[in-house]
Write a protein that binds this ligand. Sequence first.
Ligand code: GLY
Length: 352
Amino acid sequence: MRSIRIRASREYDVLIGRDASLALGDEIRRVCPDAVKALIVTETNIAPLYLDGIKEVIDEAGLDVSSYVFEAGEKSKNINEIAGMWNQMAEAGFTRTDIVIGLGGGVTTDMAGFAAATFLRGINVIQVPTSLLAMVDAAVGGKTGIDIPKGKNQVGAFWQPALVIEDTAFLKTLPEEVFTEGMGEVTKYAFIMDEKLYSVLEKSGGSITDELLEKIVAACVVDKAGIIEEDENDNGRRQILNFGHTVGHVIERDSGFTKPHGICVAKGMGIIIDASVREGTLDKDEAEKMKDLLKLYKLPVTDEITPAQIAEGAMNDKKKRGSTLSVILVDKIGNAVIRKMTKEEFLKFLSI
Ligand code: GLY
């Protein structure tokens, strides 16, 4: 099992490996020795697959374990579900030393983290991501939150977990489209900061063995660990992780959150890549290589959304500061730049 240390305001390990979740009981005892109760937060697609097994491991560690299961999907990422978690923990007499376990994809880890960040002004959360997207991004780095009608992740908190356990055996049961959307976030790391990862992904020709997949997950977590160490609160370099996201979030929200996050991010990256070529800040051949990699992993590179719709929608993005937006561009594979743009400048950039 690989162990990657995240050095943030709270330090913790990300454990990655096949059957890593079997170590959950021992790990809870190591990182949260005073915990008595655990609430597993999960959703209706994941519960039938993994809830009983995870419950058993926690039960064997001597904790009083219960679960909160919500309807799978981004539509559930709202305050009513969080209130349900708060109430369940209050009724069960949870105290500050007890824990929430987020078992699922990015929606679940965001919600479990937010419920933990806010209950009793903050209790421990352990993230057990089951999707590729959550393993390489959402479960690591302490971003937690929910959506509101005006936008995705508009309400939330930075709340670092006590531990993240990434059991790569879970990836075996992922539906193909869920795996594909995870590759949207994986390719993002290659573009913004990891040329070596780009080469690995390109050489593998679109088919990834189990062994390679574990290495790819670990490479993304190492990349993210370096960023979190430098800028935990997203005021500087961490913003490069939003490559493709400013556009992607608008596409996602306009679809009523029916289009998967990683797919919208891929479309967002494609749209930014094309605009960068037209603007002259990204070489045409480099751009083709990037879009070819996306296509190799069956990811879309464009969308019918208009520049005006993107610019308008992006103004509700939480990455906006005052009247400017931090737009993430890539000027060559492995190097991202942050450019501040007003709405007018962003519209002009997209419309060139
Ligand atoms: N998902 C982007 C970040 O953690 O900053």
